[in-house]
Design a protein around this ligand. Sequence first.
Ligand code: GRF
Length: 196
Amino acid sequence: MLNIAIFASGGGSNAEAIINHLKNHEYLSVRLIVSNRKNAGVLNRAKKHGIETLVIDREEFYKNKDFTIKLATAQIELIVLAGFLWLIPPFLVEAFPKKIINIHPALLPKYGGKGMYGYHVHQAVFDNKEKESGPTVHYVNEVYDEGNIILQARCQLLPTDQPEDIAAKVLRLEHQIYPVAVEIVGRFIREGKKNY
Ligand code: GRF
């Protein structure tokens, strides 16, 4: 099995969409849910599905050794960020080259970068009277939202759409494309390994 860890800070609807999509998958398995918030909704979802959870504090997360040992012990090969708000430290990016992906709720490169998360993104899209929006799945590097794009989906916005309507439209698309993107990247990693 190729083990996946999902990192999430919030409700975890994307995490659950991925868990459901990969249930009984031939070679991909969601092995671990990591959160920086002990009350995050994602932890309840993980428990419901019988998936191991790990709550980390800032010091542990940014202190190289302990955290990477935990990931290695769980034999994690792919890290999926789903609403995880901490910047990934360079040692982790180096340890998982092209093996960390993220979903952003806008059409990158627009509306990305520091401070552009959650409601702020949809408010900015609304303020600029954009005619479309949609999620972007991308590789993660040391800079917020700047890794190569893997997959995007678009939805039309109506002049009457409020920021919360935009958020709902984009989230619906996230649930459709993120599980597929995880599967694609998982296959890349698996096939890459077979070619070594
Ligand atoms: C999503 O909008 C995602 O694009 C962003 O954080 C949100 C997470 O939502 N990165 P959920 O916790 O998966 O419901």
